[in-house]
Design a protein around this ligand. Structure first.
Ligand code: NDP
Length: 310
């Protein structure tokens, strides 16, 4: 039976450490660290994520600056706000909640964020530092959360075969690079990969970052694999396998909300793992906690720039 990794427990510790560092920062610099969050439009999921980020800031003693712009905001207007927040000394971390409305040039916006404040780690300068394996980089929160989970669970990726399913710039690719930097032998899979089940079966560590409920089937994984399920999918009772319909928490979800959240890994595959992250309660809370840690890093490095080797 797989051991279930408690992402909430690990995340609570990261949040506690961030709160301690925030207090130290206040003692040293006479102000608390600051995080600015920009939301464009009224996407309900994005609004919930922003509210959670602001709540996390309060828990960590980080001042939050929240900006909600109308859906019709154009790229130039958003660039102006990003520029102003880049110059605002109270702001140590700056993020623009994605996805942006289709008419906004997302790349231009992400490229305009000061890399020193880029707590999402999406600016090309930070992506370059990730590729080089630099110590002083602001790294994307979800993939960093994955590595923190492995560390906390005593899994050293060195020499292990890691298969990452999903190659997005925000999740799959950086997760693969972090595993590579930690000396795993990494295979990246995507929608055009041939023989996906066969490749997944080679994995010692399988990272699923797709967004397709139960894509990873029982016969795609070998006994004892470590599974990190990043996917977040909402399903109704008609799409739920029997094991979920027998789970009182899921039944309560269906009765209350009409849906429940599941990952990319089927329950039958999950039981073959030695360790697995649950959905919800695995990678999700780590993503939130790592944003707080990144804000602390950004604040500390802005005050005392690290000596980066030339
Ligand atoms: P994207 O849609 O950007 O990327 C999905 C990736 O999956 C793509 O690379 C795509 O391939 C690949 N893919 C799609 N279908 C298949 C398939 N049938 N077989 C193999 N690969 C496939 O999603 P994200 O990377 O942003 O997010 C992935 C999941 O992680 C989502 O469920 C999202 O909600 C969740 N997520 C969870 C977070 C957390 O904190 N837990 C944070 C961020 C995301 P191709 O490139 O060829 O199109």
């Amino acid at each position: 039976m797989a051991q279930i990794i408690d992402g909430n427990r690990i995340a609570a510790r990261v949040i506690e450490e961030a709160a301690g560092r925030s207090r130290d920062f206040l003692g040293k610099h006479g102000r608390v660290p600051g995080l600015a969050v920009i939301l464009v439009g009224e996407d309900p999921a994005s609004s919930v994520y922003v509210r959670m980020k602001i709540r996390d800031c309060a828990r960590c003693g980080i001042e939050s600056f929240s900006y909600t712009l109308p859906e019709k905001t154009i790229t130039g207007e958003l660039l102006d706000l990003v520029g102003a927040l880049n110059r605002d000394d109270r702001v140590d971390g700056l993020l623009v909640q994605l996805p942006l409305p289709a008419h906004i040039d997302t790349r231009r916006i992400l490229d305009a964020i000061d890399p020193a404040k880029d707590v999402d780690g999406f600016h090309p300068a930070n992506v370059g530092r990730l590729v080089r394996g630099d110590k002083y980089a602001l790294l994307p929160c979800t993939p960093s959360g994955v590595l923190r989970i492995l560390d906390d669970s005593g899994v050293d990726p060195k020499g292990m075969r890691a298969v990452v399913v999903g190659r997005s710039d925000l999740v799959g690719k950086p997760a693969a690079l972090l595993l590579l930097n930690r000396h795993a032998t990494v295979t990246i899979c995507h929608s055009r990969t041939r023989d996906l089940p066969q490749i997944c079966r080679t994995a010692d560590i399988l990272v699923a970052a797709v967004g397709k409920p139960f894509l990873i089937q029982e016969d795609w994984v070998r006994e004892g694999v470590v599974i990190i399920d990043i996917g977040i999918n909402s399903i109704g009772p008609d799409d739920a396998p029997r094991s979920l319909l027998e789970d009182p928490k899921r039944v309560a979800d269906f009765e209350r909300k009409g849906y429940t959240l599941v990952g990319d890994v089927s329950p039958a595959a999950a039981v073959k793992a030695s360790l697995i992250t649950p959905v919800p309660g695995g990678v999700g809370p780590m993503t939130r906690a790592l944003l707080m840690e990144n804000t602390l890093k950004a604040a500390e490095w802005r005050k005392n720039p690290p000596e980066v080797p030339k």
